[in-house]
Design a protein around this ligand. Structure first.
Ligand code: GLN
Length: 470
């Protein structure tokens, strides 16, 4: 079967005969193997492609970022320290997908524990961008985006973001990524990076695909105390409504930031005229707190990360090795951690431990939390007058892998300027491809107020229809 859009596939998947379903699965398996060969997009492919129910996702392959637990299927979080971890349970989102008839095609490549913006901090392999194999996919959900871009069978990806890991790879590959409001989707079964920011979301070929999967995985979960009790929303039902009268804010600071490629900023401004044609209006506004977002985000992210990684000592969690029995526990754990963690993970453990040490906590960690509050106020002020905020998704086009590998860590962190603000404050975002520069896709990031996913999905869908991006 040739690729149909999932939207049209859903009209016929309920009538599939068993042999047709078997064909779809066999083809998805064969193609995934090739995609992996070509782009190094998977860490583990799944051999057990069982379809458990005839739900809405019947016959749709779902790839899963490798930091989300899948029962009986290796889950490494992109790290050597979890090289042989096989979870005895499914994350809530996986249970939901299986119940909806989706089958898990494999676990996708990522920066170790989500530490990165390019998917180059990888213990296994560095995924390649299907638009240009010499370039990065974006990170940390790089494999998810690469598979989504390259798939020619019905497929949607489950991804995850802490500070931009869905938006960045969606933008660099020309796919659509949705990062929901913190608390909208259960984190039960997600391997933590920074608990107060981690969110599970989706990447699809178009707005419909990404929204459909979000609709399925969202919802309150008593096993995650930070998940929120709200009515579950039908994005599919509301996304085609018009956007006449919508007011969009364009924060000028983000377009003038020193790492922004002017060509990228210009393309985003150009696509705003399409929104005007649809009846929306926009104003240039100011969000002065933006300049503190990266520093404050990274302080909180690495502080939480360093405590989360403390459990991987080789005793209860992490690599276990037979070593000389005369070693003390500290010596044993040091060897395990030395061998198990990559360079970026070690950098974050050291910096994060420092930032929350007694004596420094007030100066760094607590100050960063205060900035988070001020940033939320900044966003709330804007959302009291506007429906959405639009910025580029990333300040640049996907860099070449070799250039990214030699970039200074601070410059890499600076690439997150567009995404850390909304992620740090728990706002939902969607990234959609709107244009190309040097043949590479440019993403537009649409940010909404807390729990306004339906609104930003609607804006994206309306825009996608008039853009003719491909
Ligand atoms: N680049 C950011 C970081 O390294 C965000 C990564 C993420 O969202 N997991 O922290």
């Amino acid at each position: 079967m040739i690729l149909l859009t999932i939207e049209s596939f859903l009209e016929r998947n309920q009538n599939l005969k068993r042999e047709e379903l078997d064909d779809i699965i066999a083809r998805a398996k064969e193609r995934s193997l090739l995609i992996d060969k070509e782009y190094d997009a998977f860490i583990t492919l799944n051999d057990n492609l069982a379809v458990e129910s005839k739900g809405i996702l019947y016959g749709v392959a779902i790839s899963v970022k490798d930091n989300i637990c899948t029962k009986g299927l290796r889950t490494t979080a992109g790290s050597r320290i979890l090289e042989s971890y096989i979870p005895p349970f499914d994350a809530t989102v996986i249970e939901k997908v299986k119940r909806a008839g989706g089958f898990i095609i494999g676990k996708t490549a990522m920066d170790e524990f989500g530490f990165g913006s390019f998917s180059i901090n990888c213990a296994y392999k560095i995924p390649k961008n299907p638009n240009d194999k010499e370039r990065v996919t974006g990170g940390s959900s790089g494999g998810a985006a690469a598979v989504t871009k390259a798939a020619d069978f019905p497929h949607i990806a489950i991804a995850q973001s802490t500070g931009g890991s869905i938006t960045a790879p969606a933008a660099f590959t020309g796919t659509v990524g949705i990062t929901p409001t913190y608390g909208r989707v259960s984190r039960y079964g997600l391997i933590d990076y920074s608990n107060s920011m981690d969110k599970i979301g989706t990447i699809g070929k178009d707005v419909f695909d990404a929204a459909l999967l979000l609709q399925i995985i969202q919802g309150y979960d008593p096993r995650d105390s930070t998940s929120i009790k709200l009515n579950e929303e039908s994005y599919i039902d509301s996304m085609n409504k018009e956007i006449k009268g919508f007011k969009i804010a364009i924060p000028k600071e983000y377009y003038d930031y020193n790492y922004v490629d002017k060509r990228v900023a210009d393309k985003i401004m150009d696509s705003l005229s399409k929104l005007e044609e649809l009846g929306a209006s926009f104003d240039i506004i100011s969000m002065p707190m933006y300049k503190y977002a990266i520093s404050a985000y990274y302080i909180v992210a690495i502080s939480e990360a360093s405590t989360n990684l403390a459990r991987y000592s080789g005793l209860r969690y992490g690599l276990q090795k037979q070593l000389d029995s005369s070693l003390t526990f500290d010596e044993y754990a040091s060897i395990i951690r030395e061998q198990g963690f990559g360079e970026e993970a070690k950098r974050r453990i050291i910096l994060g431990t420092f930032a929350r040490m007694s004596g420094y906590r007030d100066a760094f960690y607590l100050k960063a939390l205060k900035i988070r509050k001020l940033l939320i106020d900044d966003y709330k002020r804007v959302f009291s007058r506007y429906d959405a905020i639009i910025t580029p998704s990333m300040p640049v086009i996907a860099p070449k892998i070799k250039d990214a590998l030699s970039m200074e860590p601070l410059k890499v962190y600076g690439m997150d300027i567009m995404t850390v603000g909304p992620n740090f404050t728990g706002m939902p975002t969607i990234s959609i491809p709107v244009a190309r520069v040097e043949g590479m896709p440019i993403g537009m990031q649409i940010v909404g107020d807390h729990f306004n996913e339906a609104k930003i999905i609607r804006i994206a869908r309306n825009l996608e229809k008039v853009l003719n991006y491909e």
